[in-house]
Design a protein around this ligand. Sequence first.
Ligand SMILES: C[S@@+](CC[C@H](N)C(=O)[O-])C[C@H]1O[C@@H](n2cnc3c(N)ncnc32)[C@H](O)[C@@H]1O
Length: 393
Amino acid sequence: MVALLKPADQAAPPPAGRSAEPLSLRDRWCAWRDRLLADRRFQRWAARFPLTRPIARRRAAGLFDLVAGFVYSQVLLACVRLRLFEVLAEGPQTLAELASRLQLPEDGAHRLLAAAVSLDLVQRRSGGRYGLGPLGAPLVGDTAIAAMVEHHAALYADLRDPVALLRGNSEATALSRYWPYAGDQPGALTNERAAEYSALMSASQPLVAEQVLAAYPLARHRCLLDVGGGEGTFLKAVAAHTPDLRLMMFDLPPVAERARAQLAEAGLAPRATAFGGSFFDDPLPTGADIVTLVRVLFDHSDARALAILQAARRALPPGGTLLVAEPMAGTPGAEAMGDAYFGFYLLAMGKGRSRSAADLTQLLRSAGFVQARLLPTPMPLQTQVLVAHAPPA
Ligand SMILES: C[S@@+](CC[C@H](N)C(=O)[O-])C[C@H]1O[C@@H](n2cnc3c(N)ncnc32)[C@H](O)[C@@H]1O
């Protein structure tokens, strides 16, 4: 009877959870595939049939890695905290020797080493000894990765309830306290906070500077302004690489003060100037023909990122260059880094988000920049580089 009361031409709404959009051919194919993959009998068959067995095993292992990934990270944390890679860099050692060096009971040392072997961090050697594995060897003395691994304790705590985080129901997160400028009400930045996050950024900065310097020839410029330049670590790398460039940096006052000290200590005071201020409230210094934004935009919402780009545009002369360097979403081969890792890291931190090169290009256009182009970097996982120009006069 209720149906009779409906206007005759009103179509029945789709069942709850189903989009009103008609199913495409691809949707139908995917629905068939999904039913097949969820079917226990098919799963058993695929695991036994010689042609599907490798795929079934690879998929099962991939799924298990997602389920267990947080444990792997904690195994790495234990290795880093115990300085296991540095100890193994001295040469292969037995379980008893390692247990003593790491101050672990033999059972604990054995458990850690077995886990680290399974993750390719450590390798079994002859005579029951252990040496560095292919993933452990590059970590020897790598303070940047060690600092990130330690720092992840805060992210780990914030991700305990990911659904609350996504719904915006979380209490103030550990990362929002760590990066006080990233929220809607940044508040005052204390020297202590500035020192803590600036040191973390400095530790990983050389990896990023290497990518930028390999991707873009700075020697064609006269004066570079690094906006959100942290302690000046990027400027120091630029100074060593491009001796004739004049250098300026701009950051929040407590950070700029640290940069001033660092640049002076590096003997760069005559050619490098650090300016303190906020790019939301204060004009950027003028005089540079290239402005760099290195790992700055992804910390902020679209509206704020646009405001930063507009400030950079005002600081540049006609035809001036803007260089944006940061890890980007949708980087081929590193998709999980942009959308999963940075997606959730930046959510825990505040309002930032990782953007694809296309998203950033759109923002650059909205800020009045032209001729945006993505430059290839040797290790796009660490950073990608986009260059654009202020319109000519
Ligand atoms: C993620 S860090 C990147 C630092 C450096 N560019 C690097 O790659 O190592 C972002 C930087 O932006 C600075 N920043 C944040 N908000 C700012 C603001 N309103 N004005 C100026 N700098 C700001 C921070 O102090 C910090 O140094």
